[in-house]
Ligand binder design. Structure first.
Ligand code: ADP
Ligand code: MG
Length: 380
C-alpha cells in the first residue's frame, strides 16, 4: 500500500482538486483507492467529490465512542474508490491531540488498498507535517505565484525540521542544540539545513545515522497547478534548485496543470472535472500525473537516478507547451461558437505569439549555452 499525502503550505492552490481527481483516476485504472479528508477543520472534499451530504467522518470517530473507524469509510460512486470524510461540523477538530493523531495514523497504515490519498490542509501545524511524513513521497502542490512557491518551500523546510526534531529525542547535546535553535523566535527561518545536519552529525553520529536513513527516503514530488503560460513551468525548477541547495533534498517534477475555466463549471455542477470532462486540459494533466505515480510505484523509489530526475523537469516543460497548443485549439472553438469576439481572439493570439517568440529566444540561448558548455567539456 502506498500513501500519497497532498500538501502545499498555501490554501487555494489546488490540493483538494488534485486529491479528488487523482484518486478517481487511480481507481479508474483498477487500483484500490481510499481518499481521506485530513484537512481537519476545513473539510470540503465531500463537496468536490460530489458525495452529497457531509457524512460523519474522522471528527465523529475521534469524539464518539459508538463510531468505529470502519463505519466512516464509505463507498463512493466510483468503483474501487472509498472515501473517509473529515467532518467539518465538529469544532476544534483542527487541533486534535498528539494521541488522537497517532491513532488516526495507525488506522491509515492499516487500510487495505493499493493507494491511500490524503488531502491535507494549508499551513505547517505539527499535525499536517506528520500526516505528510506518513510517506516518503508526498506531493507538494503550488501555483506559480511567488507567495505559493515560497510557501511550498517553507513547508518542506518545516517538514525536514520536524524530521530532525523527532529523530533526536532524549537528552543529548544534539537535542540541546536543536532546542536552542527552536527557542529563538525566527530560529527556524534562519537555519541553514545542510549546516545544521553537519553539526548534528558531529554531536550525535549514532542518532544521525538513523535520521539519515529516513532522510534519504524522503523524495517529495512537485505539481505546479493553475499555470496560465508554459513559461510558468520553469518556476518549478527554481523550487527544485532551492530545495537541493538549502534543504539537501531531491524533488521529482510530476507535471503542470493549466488553469481552466471548465473547473468552475464542473464545481458548480458538483462534479469532479475528470468525470465532468475527461478530455479537458486539467483531466489530461491529472491522467498524466496518475500514470507517472503508477509507473513510479512499480519501480524501486531509490532507483530514481539524477538523470531521470532532470528529465522529469524537461518533460514537464514540453507537456506545458503541448497543453498550451491544446488550449489554443479551445480558443478557436470558442471563437467559432461565438463565445469570444474577434477582437478578443486577436488580442489573445497576439499575446500568445509574443510569449512564443520569447520562449524561442530563450530556448536558442539555452541551446547555445549547452553547446558551448559541451565544447568546453570536450576540450578538457
Ligand atoms: N487548474 C485549475 N483551474 C481552475 N480552477 C482551479 C484549478 N485548480 C484549482 N482550482 C479552483 O481553485 C480553488 C481552490 O482549489 P482547492 O483544490 O480547493 O485548493 P486547496 O485544497 O489547495 O485549498 C477551487 O475553487 C478550485 O476549483
Ligand atoms: Mg483543500
Amino acid at each position: 500500500m502506498q500513501i500519497i499525502p497532498i500538501a502545499g503550505g498555501k490554501g487555494g492552490v489546488g490540493k483538494s482538486l488534485l486529491s479528488v481527481n487523482l484518486s478517481i483516476a487511480l481507481a479508474q485504472s483498477g487500483k484500490k483507492v481510499v481518499l481521506a479528508d485530513l484537512d481537519l477543520g476545513g473539510s470540503n472534499l465531500h463537496m468536490m467529490l460530489g458525495s452529497g451530504k457531509n457524512a460523519s467522518g474522522i471528527g465523529s470517530w475521534l469524539t464518539r465512542t459508538d463510531v468505529e473507524f470502519e463505519d466512516i469509510i464509505i463507498d463512493s460512486e466510483y468503483p474501487n474508490l472509498r472515501f473517509i470524510p473529515g467532518d467539518a461540523e465538529i469544532p476544534g477538530l483542527a487541533n486534535i491531540t498528539a494521541g488522537q493523531k497517532r491513532s488516526l495514523i495507525k488506522k491509515i497504515y492499516s487500510l487495505e488498498a493499493d493507494f491511500v490519498v490524503l488531502d491535507l490542509g494549508a499551513g505547517t501545524s505539527f499535525n499536517t507535517l506528520d500526516f505528510f511524513l506518513t510517506s516518503g513521497c508526498g506531493i507538494i502542490v503550488t501555483s506559480p505565484a511567488l507567495t505559493a512557491t515560497l510557501n511550498a518551500y517553507l513547508f518542506l523546510k518545516n517538514v525536514i525540521f520536524r524530521m530532525i526534531t523527532t529523530s533526536f529525542r532524549g537528552k543529548s547535546p544534539a537535542k540541546e542544540y536543536i532546542d536552542k535553535l527552536a527557542a529563538k523566535g525566527d530560529g527556524l527561518q534562519r537555519v541553514y539545513i545542510p549546516g545544521l545536519l553537519e553539526k548534528l552529525e558531529e554531536l550525535d553520529p549514532k542518532k544521525f545515522a538513523d535520521f539519515e536513513k529516513k532522510f534519504f527516503k524522503f523524495k517529495p514530488m512537485l505539481v505546479m497547478n493553475m499555470i496560465d503560460n508554459p513559461k510558468d513551468s520553469v518556476k518549478a525548477e527554481k523550487i527544485k534548485r532551492s530545495c537541493e541547495q538549502y534543504l539537501g533534498i531531491e524533488m521529482e517534477y510530476l507535471g503542470v496543470i493549466f488553469r481552466d475555466h471548465l473547473q468552475d463549471v464542473a464545481l458548480n455542477s458538483r462534479l469532479p472535472i475528470i468525470k465532468y470532462k475527461p478530455e479537458s486540459v486539467i483531466s489530461m494533466a491529472v491522467y498524466r500525473i496518475t500514470d507517472r505515480i503508477i509507473q513510479k510505484s512499480l519501480e524501486d523509489n531509490n532507483m530514481l537516478d539524477i538523470q531521470t530526475l532532470e528529465e522529469t523537469y524537461q518533460n514537464a516543460e514540453m507537456e506545458a507547451e503541448m497543453d498550451f497548443d491544446y488550449k489554443q485549439q479551445d480558443l478557436e472553438a470558442m471563437f467559432h461558437s461565438g463565445a469570444l469576439t474577434k477582437g478578443e481572439l486577436i488580442e489573445t493570439v497576439k499575446s500568445q505569439q509574443f510569449e512564443i517568440s520569447a520562449l524561442k529566444k530563450e530556448n536558442n540561448l539555452l541551446k547555445h549555452k549547452l553547446l558551448k558548455a559541451s565544447q568546453q567539456g570536450f576540450k578538457l
